[in-house]
Design a protein around this ligand. Sequence first.
Ligand SMILES: [Zn+2]
Ligand SMILES: [Zn+2]
Length: 352
Amino acid sequence: MACTSCSFSYYECVVKFYEDNEASLEFFRSHGVLPRTVVCPRCKSPCAYRKDRRAWRCRKSLPSSTPGPKKRCSYMVSDSKGSFLTNANIPPWKIVLFVNHFLSQLWDHRTVFECIELSTSTSVDWRSFCCEVTDAWFQNQDPIGGAGVDVEIDVTLIAPSRYNGSTYLEPLWLFGGIERSTKRKFVLTLKTNGEPPSKSTLAPLIKRYIKPGSVIYSEADSVYKDSISELGLPYKHVVISDPESLGEGDRVARRDENNSLIHLFWRELKMWVKRPGIKSKYMHQYLSRYLFISSVADDKTSILHKFFAQAAKLYPPFSQRQLPATCRSEDSNSETQSDEEDEGLQPDPDIS
Ligand SMILES: [Zn+2]
Ligand SMILES: [Zn+2]
């Protein structure tokens, strides 16, 4: 659930944050992406925020045995050090709007270039930072279901397709589940070398991602029955009848009743991942981004909240976040004792 006054549609976000660095920084702080307070690691006293340098600084007087001017602690640290915004050399408001666009269905570098004036290479970098967040979420999806909750499960194959004469996808099996009432779901990629998944593949995943007590609906394929019964957990298993074996009148009714949220979802997902230009090596990114977006299907306005809360969880302020060499800034010397000592401090963002 989003925090108070933190739900925005795509356009509300643009209106609220466009060219507003203060609102953007406050948004980052209120979601834990940037720190609200910092304690000096040397003297354990609170640091003061220097807005002009976007840094936290300790100026505590140090005990001195010799007469003369008082010595002060010179610890200073960038407010974005180790965070999702590490070494960000673009204004905060552009980051909010970039993420806003990343989380919309129709991603493109052109809009980023034209509307927030980021170069293609910066856009590529930030796109991959955002994918780190959705990938981490994808790797650690929450289980669904629970006592008496109806959950549909299914596997599907993303088959190779041809586009302009060249094959652009490797075969990939997916396993997923969806709650009928809330549409909460999980989707997993299976490492089966293109083979249909077996009981030994599915059973541990059912156990991990579907809570005991759930009512599990699946097709008649014995792999589901065998996987579920092997676990010996209190699941109820309902087989969805094969529509082909039913009469015409039944077939329509059964389709409405049983056929099925998960099939609809597979169809949407395949439209997403099988567009021209899609490459197998980025399949994980396409899936994680799509699933992240679709995970807030009933409340699209909470998606920024969800994203930045996830970013803060992945990279809490002052974490050991490492950036790829191409994105890292040149100066990283930190343990000096000059008055303007800084740690991970960056040039001021180019606010125009
Ligand atoms: Zn929020
Ligand atoms: Zn200090």
